[in-house]
Design a protein around this ligand. Sequence first.
Ligand code: FES
Ligand SMILES: [Fe+2]
Length: 340
Amino acid sequence: MLMDVAAESVIILRGEDGALRAFANVCRHRGSRLCSAESGHGKDLVCPYHGWTYGLDGSLRSARHMPPGFDAAAHALKQVHISVIEGLVFISFAAEPLGLSHVHATLRSCYGPYGWAQARVAHRERYAIAANWKLAVENYLECYHCAPSHPEYSRLHALEQPAPRIEALNRRMRERSLALGIDIPEHNHWVGSETGEEAVYGFRYALYDGVATGSADGALVAPLMGRFAAADGGATSVHLGPASFLLAYPDHGVIYRFIAETAARCALEVIWLVRGDAREGVDYDRERLTWLWRVTSEADKRIIEQNQLGVASRYYEPGPYAPMEHNTRRYVAWYLREIS
Ligand code: FES
Ligand SMILES: [Fe+2]
C-alpha cells in the first residue's frame, strides 16, 4: 500500500519471504513515482516511465539497455525504517529514528488486552480538512468542545466531564476492569526527542453507566476483542508522536491519523478495527460500527475549518486555554520544544 506524507510517498509491501518493508516511492533512474495505485498485489515493481523493474525486496532486477558495467546493486530502492508493534505499522523518515521502546511498552499493555495484534481493518475514511494540521490535532486533544460540538459522543463518554467528576467515574471503571481481570496501567511517557524516544502517552477514561462502547445507543456493535469477556465501560486512548491517536473499546478500535499536506490543508484518516475473525454483515454492520466516529469526525472537520477561518483574521489573538485543554497545552509546549 501507499502512504503519503507532505511531499513524500512510501510503498509498504510484504515480500515473498513474509517480511514487511517500506521504500521511497521514487525510481532510482530519473525519479518517477513507481506506484500510483493505493494498494495492490504483484511479483515486482515496474517503473511506468522507462521500465526499470524492482523486486519486492527493493533490489533492481532489470534496467533496459543500460551499458555494460552498470551497477544494478547500487540502484536498489531507498528503504524507509519500518517497525510493527501490536499489529500497527510505523515508519520513520529519519536517518536515525527515535527509539520505540516506550511506544512498545505502552501499546503492549494498553492494546494487548484488546488483541489488536490480531485485529483487522473494517473500514477507512479520509476527511479533507481546509486547515493547518496543528489546528486539527489541537481539536483532537481536548474534550472542552465535546459537549457543545459532539452531542452524540457526549451522551456516552465521560471525557466531556471536568476533572473532579470524571475521576469518580474513572475509579468505578477501573474497578469493573479489574473484576474482568484486565489491568491496564496508565502510561505517561510523553517525553521528547532529547531522550531519544518517540513521544507516547496512554490513558483510560470511563463511559457512562450502562454504556458498553462508542455506538449510537452505547450497545456493542462487534464481537468482543482480545481478553474482554464483557464490556468494562471504559475506553483506552494512546497519543503517539505528533499526529497519530488510537482509541480502543472492548469490541472495536479506532485509529486517527492526521496528515499534513500544505500549511492550509490537511487530512484526517480514520480507521476502524474489529476482531480478526469478525465477518461483515454477520458479526457486525459497517454502518452501525462506524456511525459515531463518522458523525463526530464530520463535526470536527466543520469546527476546525471555522477555527482556521477565524485565526486567519487580523483580529485574532489567542485566548487562554481552559483547564480541560491541558493536553493541548502540553502538546503545543512539546511541539515548540521539538522545532526549536
Ligand atoms: S524514471 Fe523510472 S525507469 Fe526511468
Ligand atoms: Fe472533536
